[in-house]
Ligand binder design. Sequence first.
Ligand SMILES: [Zn+2]
Length: 301
Amino acid sequence: MNNKCPWCGSDKAQINLWLRDEFLTREDFHICECLTCGLLYTMPRPGKEKIGDYYKSKEYYSHQENKKGFIPRLYESVKKTNLRHKYNMATRGMDEGKLLDIGCGVGDFIHTAETHGWECKGVEPSEDARNIAKTRIKGQLLTSEDINQLPDHSFDIITMWHVLEHVDDLKWQVEQLQRLIKYDGRIIIAVPNYQSYDGRYYKELWAAYDVPRHLNHFSKQTISKIFKTKDLQLIKVDRLIWDAYYISYMSEQYKHHKFPLFRGAVRGLISNCKARKSGEWSSMVYVFELKKEENSKFDRF
Ligand SMILES: [Zn+2]
């Protein structure tokens, strides 16, 4: 078994947490902390052949559509608000251009960006999701391998909304971001934050660990350190406030508590209130740009 850190390749690691796949298989996993670069990563890693098995669930929301019932409807309504917020966050100060959404799922974000005039491409490993996306968006849809074919420095914006935590080959992925982004472009990365209040409160039952679908777990410090080694500079930090509620609700379900919706709402609210002071939100959005000596677009924010 390969026990090495997916970022730096070091085998010096300590186990921080023992946990289970609470969502689907109830198999055991653990989370290692690399003692060289600080990244937290899931072990054992299922590998390319087996990872698809862990996504086979009717409840896996990000690839599901037209669901019935109160929770799915609530989820859909929050998703719409979230999409608007994501779009504004990603494009602030930019009118139009070329956008690449990596891990585009069924094309929700691209659909929003296209309606505002952006020329989009999407990358999505799941064939089922790609087939749904095809019916909704104009832009080209690519598999993960197709990324290699895209020309250097050809996108104004690259987005990865809750995708980088799923990526098996983290190093390759970050190198591709560095290669594809324009010199005055921006990369938007949304990932869960285990240093948030809800992350610390639920510990091994925190739903955003979501092992083994989530293979990498980031803090502000580690993601900024990792990207910096590829000349990608963190220029802004934002957040997605609704995720604290959803993750807390899921975590309450894993705890088998009664009234998970109510308890999750309370815990999510506490998490967001604490994050206003600490800056440690349940879901963080990081904005990176290629390091350069001059012409920084930093003042656009
Ligand atoms: Zn490492």
